[in-house]
Design a protein. Sequence first.
Length: 135
Amino acid sequence: MNHKHNATEPLVLHAGEGRTHNCGRMTAVFKADENETDEKYSISEWWLEPDTDGPGAHLHEENDEVFYVLEGTVSVLIGQEWVQAKKGAFLRIPAKTLHDFKNQTEKRAGLLNFFIPGGFERNMPAIVSWFEKNK
């Protein structure tokens, strides 16, 4: 379902629901965006097939990110250190911190992401386009 809600309405999405963006062997599913949270945060799931690189090392000037591992084991770069984050792991990445993630295992892996404040979904058309051309 692709429902748009405003920040004053409850939002209920069941497993698999949301706005899906295909990025090669990585899939993003947006659950709540800035329009639904009064720009306070964006929430998305990121699913990586086995042996799949993520977005590449990057940082956000003004946005904190929170990751929660939903399934599998995800290798997460924080600064200069790679952390092996297993199902149930929680990671907070402050603004201006270099980070990346990838799945180096033989099983599918997933992350729940909170992007604070919201707006990350605005980047998705360009990200999808990049993956279509480069992967």
